[in-house]
Design a protein around this ligand. Sequence first.
Ligand SMILES: Cc1ncc(COP(=O)(O)O)c(C=O)c1O
Length: 384
Amino acid sequence: MKIETAAIHIGQEHDPHTHAVIPPIYATSTFAQIEPGITKGYDYTRSGNPNFSNLEKTLAAIEEAQYATVFGSGMAAITAILSTLKQGDLILAEENIYGCTYRILDKVFSKFGLKVEYFDFSNPGNYRYIAAKLPALVWIESPTNPLLKIIDIKAISDVAQKTGSTLIVDNTFASSYLQKPINLGADISISSTTKYINGHSDCLGGVVLTNHEVWHEKIIFAQKAVGLNPSPFDSWLISRGVKTLAVRMEQHCNNAMKFANFLESLPLVKFVRYPFLESHPQYDVAKQQMTGGSGIVTAILDLSLEQTKKMISAFTYFTLAESLGGIESLVCHPASMTHASIPKEGREKVGISDGLIRFSVGIEHCDDLIDDFEKALATMSIQK
Ligand SMILES: Cc1ncc(COP(=O)(O)O)c(C=O)c1O
């Protein structure tokens, strides 16, 4: 079954009692037991609910993974994985990971004795540290947030596998439609389903996917023991949103490609990054492991910091907001928003300069988005 069909039909079975075409929302915290300990598969919503099971079936199917476990947010999914580690365990992480992933490692789990070292894993020369340090986990994102670096998932997974390290890939920026990390060799693929998977910016969610039964059991345990579950309503919303993933992603990719080309043509723009632009340093790897460039474009304009901030507040269709992956376009300033939790020195070391802007290109008509950019520039009386 193709992904377009799986997203609509798997985990979306008609309600067995009423034949309602759309499965209902099971807004319940608990389930009646037939006899003590004998249930119809669910006992308490923290450890399971039909809306979670429905969504898990869909998400496993569309990413071609055996197991999926859903969470209340992307950060809850990340917490579930980290909670399986023990004092002294080492994580080697890509140096350009999402600001809040950095923060939970640096400010929360380091207190419990987890050790983290950061490397630029877009440079295969740095894979040697995996072989030398034998970490418990190798943690990457591809594309990374916000610099859109591409890590060669197949190549890094070969190294991690040989050393017995577990490779975690945060697939949020690509989505299951454009990239399947487990098929490329990752042990675990996680996503913030808040983003492309739901696609409508109306709830939070996260998922952990794996083919390893042992990892699946650990992750289910974390869901209920740490209390990281989503709500039935949010799971239902994500089940609804994911049905249109394929058509949305096609339009995100088309629009973002056009928008990136437009930005690249402007003398005012000093730097543009988009995985499917030939100027991207890992363009070949992106083409190998992704079927589209996704919807995020980053750029640095030849403006002062003050002018940059003023300009990104002047758009009509690009709303100035955190998050990404919704049908509506958003713009953000990573240094003062999504990545503010990383100290300035650390941000600059990995390339998140104060001038960097991140566009989440939505599915509006691209001409209107380009027009929006031009009008915002015009309000500042700046020559293109
Ligand atoms: C790459 C990446 N991973 C994880 C998260 C966390 O997801 P959530 O906001 O759903 O907790 C985000 C959020 O922006 C993200 O961009």
